[in-house]
Design a protein around this ligand. Structure first.
Ligand SMILES: [Mg+2]
Length: 208
């Protein structure tokens, strides 16, 4: 775990629309686990660039509509490509992503009420690249989990924001507040009582 660079960013004023804590799904002081890819880091544009270069892919992010998307013209699926890039070109892949719009400001606002902990299934060997990226883009957080079990529901914490329906379902099963940040490949139908959001504005509206 490491401290964040959150001191560098002026925090947004408390919003007028903030609700009393008793009306929110999460109590102030709770720990909010936050995934990186597809949640804080905009993964699909960089991935599509790579698919174009390597396999002549002519689609865009909206075409990657399944978690195990089969890449046209390639004898592989997207999960294998991600694993290879993470293993072989982590600086290019992770370092080249933009933040998901609104993520840095939303996390700064959420930090006023909650503890924000990064929980990603990226390879632990790439965590230094990820932390440098978070600092570079002024993304604040309170802690970064070095080891994340396959079941994110097993981590301590009261809520999870993730784009993978399987992780959100595990969190809900473990009694956490699940928040699915919907991407083209997310399947909200398997997330039980999770909150389904489209943006960081939706997250702050839900939790603040
Ligand atoms: Mg993700």
């Amino acid at each position: 775990m490491s401290p964040s660079g959150s001191e560098r960013r002026p925090r947004p004023a408390v919003r007028d629309r903030a609700r009393p804590p008793t009306d929110r799904p999460l109590s102030p002081g709770s720990t909010l686990l936050v995934d990186l890819d597809g949640v804080v880091a905009d993964q699909l544009p960089v991935l599509c660039d790579y698919l174009r270069e390597a396999y002549g892919f002519d689609g865009g992010p909206a075409d990657v509509d399944e978690w195990s998307y089969e890449v046209p013209g390639a004898d592989t699926h997207i999960g294998t490509v991600i694993t290879e890039l993470m293993d072989e070109r982590p600086e290019w892949f992770f370092g080249g992503m933009d933040p998901v719009p609104g993520a840095p400001d939303a996390l700064a606002a959420l930090q006023e009420e909650y503890r924000v902990e990064i929980a990603t299934h990226r390879l632990p060997e790439t965590h230094d690249v990820s932390r440098a990226w978070l600092d570079e883009h002024d993304v604040p957080y309170d802690a970064f989990h070095e080891e994340v079990p396959a079941n994110k529901g097993a981590l301590p914490g009261e809520a999870l924001v993730d784009d993978y329906h399987g992780n959100v379902a595990n969190a809900v099963d473990a009694g956490k507040v699940g928040v699915l940040m919907r991407q083209p490949y997310s399947d909200p139908s398997v997330c039980g009582d999770a909150h389904i959001v489209e943006s960081w504005d939706d997250v702050t509206e839900l939790l603040l």
